[in-house]
Design a protein around this ligand. Sequence first.
Ligand SMILES: [Zn+2]
Ligand SMILES: [Zn+2]
Length: 154
Amino acid sequence: MPLLSGGCACGKVRYECSEKPIVQLICHCRDCQHASGAAFAATMFVPADRLDYKIETELHFYDVQAESGRTLRRNSCGECGSPISAHWPDMQGVVLLAVGGLDDQSMFQPTHEVWVSRAEAWHPFLPDTIKLDEGPTDDVVRDPLRAYFSSRQG
Ligand SMILES: [Zn+2]
Ligand SMILES: [Zn+2]
């Protein structure tokens, strides 16, 4: 049984993940607003080698320059255009899943909201998240990812 499963609106892209997410956050940056078509992006970071795609169409890839200056490669279903996931080409081991595609979105439990300085006034924040004015600090993303991958090697 996969821990996570999801896909696109037309069903031609499906995925299953056998690991629970390492990081869960909401990002209010301009780029995530464009990519999600909404006020923010809800994202789960999962290990790429625990994620299996079943793709009956082409994925469409699009590179963006994140606020951090790093390149983020986003993909969407080539048929229906649903956002699926993203990854950093310079860090292939991690995939950022778009939570809107999950079969069970109630699994999403974000700990942080980042780039709240870019958030729209008409969109409320969650009461229990830690809010950061700018991008994720090391303790939000880098440290948990490093801890996860080093624990797997042990
Ligand atoms: Zn689709
Ligand atoms: Zn963002």
